[in-house]
Write a protein that binds this ligand. Structure first.
Ligand code: GLN
Length: 486
């Protein structure tokens, strides 16, 4: 049962094959058994999960059949949850209990979903391997010597190992899509503004976006139905109508024009990843799609521009963690300045400090024009490239990552880690919707295919991914080490 998609669990719950309490208990048992190895959860909220599941069963008995009612989910530990610890993967928030729920959390609660707990992540969502977490790295269920990707590594590993039916993630430069690729699950980053950021701890406010991590495009559509929409508490949330994202999943792909960026099928891409993506493209051709080579000429500037914009915004956002208002405070400060300094020196990890320093430098008088303004100009050029491409094609497809999951500890140079997001980062800079779906295995490790659509064309993206999943079963492959007992 636990390996089923949300859509399948919905039928099982409705037919009475299983209750939400039984299902919730089954996931809690698995968390209990495997979390010590995987380290995917920072907090497990068994009691509240079981009582929420009981409520869901009672509502269902009264005739409520909302799509997510009684479905167990996990939230990335970046979303504030009232009464349950929210750490953002950091020592500085290791004991922080939010007095309110993030809008995303409220919406899942209102939909009747059952929160199992909070998932591990790179500290403040900075990283691509989940190794910057104060709570230790997450391990990839496909090979526990390897990273699950990051920063939403806990959510991706939890879904891949069937520790929950679905999970939330956030994506600033690739943090939903890259871990989804490494763990063989479906990850969806909506257009900027599609989902409220209220109560989602800010990293880089002009890039951060929440989204689903789950087992299929259909599940992503179901989750997006609950998550998407205007929120007056977030002034950057978009006033764009929310569609029923499941409605168009079965639309025909006849005549679909797929753009293949030359820059994404170039040097640096490993041969087995390329092969898996090219095989997937053949499936699309059979479904009536046409493949067109395109150019994204400024893509090579995206990582550099991102590593000015994101740290700049992070340096401002993280100034609030000062030992006064939230979480950790150093022991016995001699005065206020000592308190600020030591709290932040002791509370933040190395990567977070590096970003604060880079960001502060880039924004300082005299350097602003040379770095920040220039990066913003590059951002415009990148968006223009996508706009030009979408005049000719409906969707852009390439690999999510140049390779499969790497070994824990293998990347010690920060710049090598930054290059992990070479195919995904431009999408955040342009604010577009992007997604990763599993398309194969290379040496037993999952390969992800990256798909991008134009502004607010979420439904199109989900339709294209769903058609692939209807005709293949890569999204059904399970991490073998964790499949006993099903
Ligand atoms: N790997 C990128 C970074 O470290 C992106 C992270 C993210 O999307 N949150 O900034």
């Amino acid at each position: 049962m636990i390996e089923k998609t949300v859509a399948e669990l919905y039928s099982a719950l409705n037919s009475g094959e299983i209750s939400s309490v039984e299902l919730t208990q089954a996931y809690l048992d698995r968390i209990n058994r495997y979390n010590e190895t995987l380290n995917a959860f920072i907090t497990v909220s068994d009691e509240s999960a079981l009582s929420k599941a009981k409520q869901a069963d009672a509502l269902r008995a009264k005739g409520d059949s909302s799509p997510l009612l009684g479905i167990p989910l996990a939230h990335k530990d970046i979303f504030c949850t009232e009464g349950v610890k929210t750490t953002c993967g950091s020592k500085i928030l290791h004991n922080f209990i939010s007095p309110y729920d993030a809008t995303v959390v409220t919406r899942f609660n209102d939909a009747g979903a059952v929160m199992l707990g909070k998932t591990n992540m790179d500290e403040f969502a900075m990283g691509s391997s989940n190794e910057t977490s104060y709570f230790g790295p997450v391990r990839n269920p496909w090979d526990t010597e390897r990273v699950p990707g990051g920063s939403s590594g806990g959510s991706a590993a939890a879904v891949a190992a069937d520790l929950c039916a679905m999970a939330t993630g956030t994506d600033t430069g690739g943090s939903i899509r890259q871990p989804a690729a490494f763990c063989g699950v479906t990850g969806f980053k909506p257009s900027y503004g599609r989902i409220s950021r209220w109560g989602m701890i800010a990293f880089a406010s002009s890039l951060d976006q929440a989204g689903p991590i789950c087992k299929s495009a259909e599940d992503a559509a179901l989750m997006l139905n609950a998550m998407a929409g205007l929120d007056t508490k977030d002034s950057t949330s978009a006033d764009v109508d929310v569609e029923d994202y499941t409605a168009g999943l079965d639309n025909s792909l006849e005549g679909l024009r797929i753009g293949l960026p030359r820059q994404h099928f170039a040097e640096g891409l490993s041969a087995d990843v390329e092969q898996a993506v090219r095989d997937a493209l053949r499936v699309y051709e059979k479904l009536g799609a046409e493949l067109v080579d395109i150019d994204l000429p400024n893509n090579h500037l995206s990582v550099s521009a991102y590593y000015v914009v994101a740290p700049a915004e992070a340096s401002a956002n993280l100034s609030r963690f000062d030992g006064v208002r939230y979480g950790y405070r150093c022991e016995d400060p001699v005065d206020l300045e000592d308190m600020y300094k030591r709290t932040r020196s002791e509370g933040f990890g190395e990567e977070v400090k590096r970003r604060i320093m880079v960001g502060t430098y880039a924004l300082s008088a005299g350097f602003y024009d040379a770095y920040y303004r220039k990066a913003q100009k590059i951002r415009r050029l990148i968006k223009n490239d996508f706009d030009a491409a979408f005049k000719d094609v409906d969707i852009i497809i390439g690999p999510t990552s140049p390779h499969t999951a790497f070994k824990l500890g293998a990347k010690t140079d920060p710049v090598a880690m930054y290059l992990e997001d070479i195919y995904t980062i431009a999408v955040n800079l342009a604010g577009l919707p992007g997604m990763s779906v599993p398309v194969g295995l290379a040496d037993g490790l999952p390969v992800g295919m990256h798909m991008v659509a134009s502004d607010f064309a979420e439904a199109k993206l989900l339709n294209v991914a769903h058609q692939f999943q209807k005709n293949t079963d890569w999204h059904r492959q399970r991490a073998t080490a964790f499949t006993e007992g099903q």
